[in-house]
Design a protein around this ligand. Structure first.
Ligand code: AHR
Length: 497
């Protein structure tokens, strides 16, 4: 059997993990909102029209922050369409997804839903067709207690308590030619800056995210990021990055997505640090990976102007779930600079949760690695020194065949270790040594793997791709050997004494 070793030392902590790394995203896109989280006529809907079966599935996923309302949708969205009596709200054309938007779900419904989902909002403002002033009014409507035009209007709509949204995104993917109201880097930077000033005047407590590059492939990357930060460095708290992957017939390169994401993050960090030096600033710019996932971009060409069309309803395979696991190792290992990340998205549209409008809820394969890391990857993240073979990939050259992640929460004395074995052929015996932690008792060992990398879950067979629990090693120890099946994702948890 092939061998590898990994050492984790308690003195080598990378960072405390910001729980917002385990965020997600609900956009007015396809069936994410309508017949996803909101469906008043469904038998499982509560008095506000929120599907309780979906809420429960989201609660189990542990998603501490949810981005809303877009995405591309936000760049043509007038937020005032979604407030006030529902029968008076306009039905509009949504230019982002060529859909009909009835506005029955708006910012107040989102705030109520987020409370029930045990999450907080990351709200994006429209910097496509919208203005800095309209963004300021939205922050006033949401976060000011009372005594002003917009805050009093919120009261009159039945929401006396401010929503107090703490994180605001200054537009979405404004570098993309697909974006409604796309701008050049200079023009966006100026508009973002003026919007940032107004928003922070309205509520100085909030944190702001500037739009970075939509992907590494943008011709404007990383000049876009440099330009935006040069204008906005002192006014924003995060620069965003977005990254999607999909299988194109080359499994080895697809499994190496974790490596590519690390490269993207490193470049954005370097760009931000260049601007820091140029501006003689003490401030370290943090990163918000506020869209990431596997996304196949098919199912997008629906008939125009339908309400809640089934777009981007990717059915994720075992292979996709392994890639998601690998991406999570990269995200959390960068927790010193990446403070927020959103799995895009949460329900129906490119999502781990799928609803049947007439039935129940299905967890796709990608639900499981995300849930494991979001639930147990808490506390601090520790450097893993992994000695293993490199694998040659067509896209990225030599890439380590294992992607590892180790977290330890001193409050609960729980240690968790996650590993992707991207070797398609070989099982690997991994010797795992924990230094300076004390004795460890294994409490959980789960593995996600199978013979068919393209197996998926369905309503008929919902447990085809789920992690399997393995027998635990009974003794307390500091060194463990794990058998990692070929092309697998493993999670091991320990109590430290
Ligand atoms: O998440 C789906 C879409 O992907 C978002 O609307 C957009 O921001 C990105 O291109």
């Amino acid at each position: 059997m092939k061998k590898a070793t990994c050492i984790v030392n308690k003195h080598f902590k990378i960072a405390d993990i910001d729980q917002r790394l385990y965020g997600s995203f609900i956009e007015h896109m396809g069936r994410a909102v309508y017949t996803g989280i909101y469906q008043p006529e469904h038998p499982n809907a509560d008095e506000e029209g929120f599907r309780q079966d979906v809420l429960q599935t989201i609660q189990q996923l542990n998603v501490p922050i949810v981005r809303y309302p877009g995405g591309n949708f936000v760049s043509g969205y007038d937020w005032t369409d979604g407030i006030g009596p529902k029968h008076q709200r306009p039905t509009r054309l949504d230019y982002a997804w060529f859909s009909i938007e009835t506005n029955q779900f708006g910012i107040n419904e989102f705030a109520s839903w987020a409370k029930k989902a045990n999450t907080q909002g990351m709200i994006a403002v429209n910097l496509g067709t919208g203005t800095p002033q309209q963004a300021g009014y939205l922050v006033e409507y949401c976060n000011i207690e009372s005594g002003t035009y917009w805050s009093d209007m919120r009261h009159s709509h039945g929401y006396p308590q401010p929503h107090n949204f703490k994180v605001w995104c200054l537009g979405n993917e404004m570098d993309g030619e697909w974006q409604i109201g796309r701008l050049s880097a200079e023009d966006y930077a100026k508009k973002a800056l003026e919007t940032a000033k107004i928003i922070k005047w309205v509520d100085p407590e909030v944190e702001l995210v500037a739009c970075g590059s939509s992907s590494k492939e943008m011709t404007t990357f990383p000049e876009w990021d440099r330009t935006v930060l040069e204008h906005c460095y002192n006014y924003v708290d995060y620069i965003s990055l977005h990254r999607y992957y999909h299988y194109e017939g080359d499994k080895q390169s697809f499994l190496a997505a974790f490596y590519d994401l690390n490269d993207f993050i490193s470049t954005i960090k370097a760009t931000a640090d260049y601007v820091k030096a140029q501006q003689r600033s003490d401030k370290v710019m943090m990163l918000s990976l506020d869209e990431w996932n596997v996304w196949y971009l098919n199912q997008m060409n629906q008939k125009r102007w339908q309400w809640a069309p089934a777009i981007a309803e990717d059915v994720y395979s075992l292979l996709d779930a392994l890639v998601v696991g690998g991406l999570l190792t990269t995200i959390v290992n960068n927790a010193d600079r990446v403070k927020m990340a959103c799995l895009a998205q949460l329900v129906n549209a490119l999502a781990p949760i799928h609803t049947d409008a007439k039935g129940g809820v299905l967890k796709h394969s990608t639900y499981y690695p995300f849930q494991q890391v979001s639930q147990y990857g808490r506390g601090g993240v520790y450097r893993t020194i992994t000695l293993c073979d490199q694998i040659n990939t067509d896209k990225y050259g030599e890439v380590s065949e294992l992607a590892t992640l180790s977290t330890f929460d001193p409050d609960s004395n729980q240690l968790a270790f996650f590993v992707l074995n991207s070797n398609l052929e070989n099982e690997i015996a991994l010797t795992l040594t924990f230094e300076e932690f004390g004795e460890l008792q294994m409490t959980d060992h789960q593995v996600l793997h199978g013979n068919d990398l393209f197996a998926v879950n369905s309503f008929a067979q919902s447990d085809t791709v789920v992690p399997q629990s393995l027998t635990l090693e009974p003794l307390s120890a500091k060194v463990f050997t794990l058998a990692l099946p070929p092309t697998s994702w493993s999670m091991v948890r320990f109590t430290v004494s």
